[in-house]
Design a protein around this ligand. Structure first.
Ligand code: ADP
Ligand code: MG
Length: 307
């Protein structure tokens, strides 16, 4: 068995300068994605999930830290090899309306990834595009159409076909159903599950919806203000969440949030950027971020409660 993670983020930070202010979108994020695994990234809006996804596919360069693909640190590779490695990482975006080029037939948009992979004959490409369209539940004839001729759900299927066309090892799905009608969300999730069956594809599945993540993912990493505050196997997170923020997320989902005994922990402000925090291992593979001066208590005392 190959135990080298297909993707590793090692101490990744990403800051943006916005109106003279520095925004720490990611603050020392470390995570590993195993081959064939689905890792859920969950957190509220603004917690840094999309930035993490964009870093993972090379759309964003980290301010600090290293991205490893199949054990190789990307920064240390020559440009051609880096591009080759990044082709292993494809992304599905939240909004299927803005992620497709309105001016190009979908055959062309899906075909580009095949061309990039070295398939040069247009007949081969067209054949593969037609196969891919069928695989995502569309028709071969759809290849010649333009994005505006499709519904939101169909467009997301096209975006998924485009993402898997170059046969990536990793697909980052950034809230892939959040912009879709509730009635078709389940179909798209089922499609993502289907595409992975029997293969070694890995997903980084980004969502703000704990119920969806709990259904799809082998492991869950909880993001809060640019950090992973807790991560572990899905069952461990659901049944034995330690961080107050994780518990808050779970309590918002009646179906999976257990009735918890005792006082509900207050959601607290995480300590500022740069302070020394450490990860406490709760059980194998399950760890929680704890502030350095908080002793054994994961409620991070001393910080201010959020409004
Ligand atoms: P999420 O996907 O969890 O909602 P994001 O990764 O989109 O979070 O954003 C994290 C933080 O970084 C937010 O405060 C956001 O405004 C900021 N941010 C993200 N991208 C940029 C950018 N290109 N320029 C400036 N700020 C950004
Ligand atoms: Mg986002």
């Amino acid at each position: 068995m190959n135990s080298v993670p297909i993707l590793k983020l090692d101490g990744i930070s990403k800051s943006f300068l916005s109106n003279g202010r520095t925004i720490h979108a990611l603050n020392g994020v470390t995570l590993e994605l195993a081959r064939g695994e689905t890792l859920g990234i969950i957190g509220e809006s603004g917690s840094g999930k999309s930035t993490l996804g964009r870093v993972a596919v090379g759309l964003e360069t980290p301010t600090q830290g290293k991205l490893h693909i199949e054990g190789d640190p990307l920064d240390d590779l020559p440009a051609a090899l880096r591009r080759e490695k990044l082709r292993q990482c494809q992304m599905i975006f939240q909004d299927p309306y803005s992620s497709l080029n309105p001016q190009l037939r979908i055959a062309r948009q899906i075909g580009e990834g095949l061309y990039a992979r070295g398939l040069l004959d247009w007949r081969d490409i067209n054949e593969r595009v037609a196969d891919l369209l069928e695989r995502v539940g569309l028709k071969r004839e759809h290849a010649e159409r333009y994005p505006h001729e499709f519904s939101g759900g169909q467009r997301q299927r096209i975006a998924i076909a485009r993402a898997v066309a170059p046969e990536p090892a990793i697909v980052v799905a950034d809230e892939p159903v959040s912009a879709l009608d509730v009635s078709i969300q389940a179909q798209i999730l089922d499609l993502l599950i289907d595409l992975k069956k029997g293969g070694t594809l890995s997903y980084l599945f980004i969502s703000h919806d704990m119920a969806v993540v709990a259904r799809l993912c082998d492991r869950i990493a909880v993001m809060y203000r640019g950090r992973i505050v807790e991560s572990g196997p899905t069952a461990a997170i659901i049944e034995n969440a330690q961080h107050p923020y994780t518990r808050n997320l779970l309590d918002a989902v009646p179906r999976i949030g257990r009735r918890r005994t005792g006082r509900k922990p207050a959601l607290v402000q995480l300590p500022d950027h740069g302070r020394q925090d450490f990860l406490v291992t709760v059980s194998p593979g399950h760890s929680v971020l704890q502030a350095a001066e908080s002793g054994n208590n994961v409620n991070l005392p001393g910080a201010n409660a959020l409004p």
